[in-house]
Ligand binder design. Sequence first.
Ligand code: FES
Length: 131
Amino acid sequence: MDTVTPVGTSQPERLQRLCRLAQIPDGGATAVDAMLVDGEESVILLRQGQQVSGYLNICPHAGNRLDYAPGKFLLKNDTLICAVHGAVFKQSDGLCTGGPCRGQHLRAVPVRVIDDAVCLEREGRPVDAAG
Ligand code: FES
């Protein structure tokens, strides 16, 4: 897991650096601990080229982490599969398309790539799918 480090004060808003982009394999995922508004949480970071999306590492089915080992995820095509009971989530928007919580979403965590750093946006407030 990476240590959370604040990004420079020249940024217009305070951003929390989560990891370097190179620490996430292209087409892969990792997990980092991030300080969110409600406290420290594990966050899934999924990378496609220069794009990174973030979700809370909490499955909507039973509240477990989705990784089978810390930072290790089951990825197939454009999906992320919960290692506990096999729920299948679209990487693009976190929608569960199969398994015990079909129709529910992972909670998105707003992240942004700045130079080679993956940073948390908007004070680390998770976003529900409905907005
Ligand atoms: S905890 Fe993820 S599918 Fe059950």
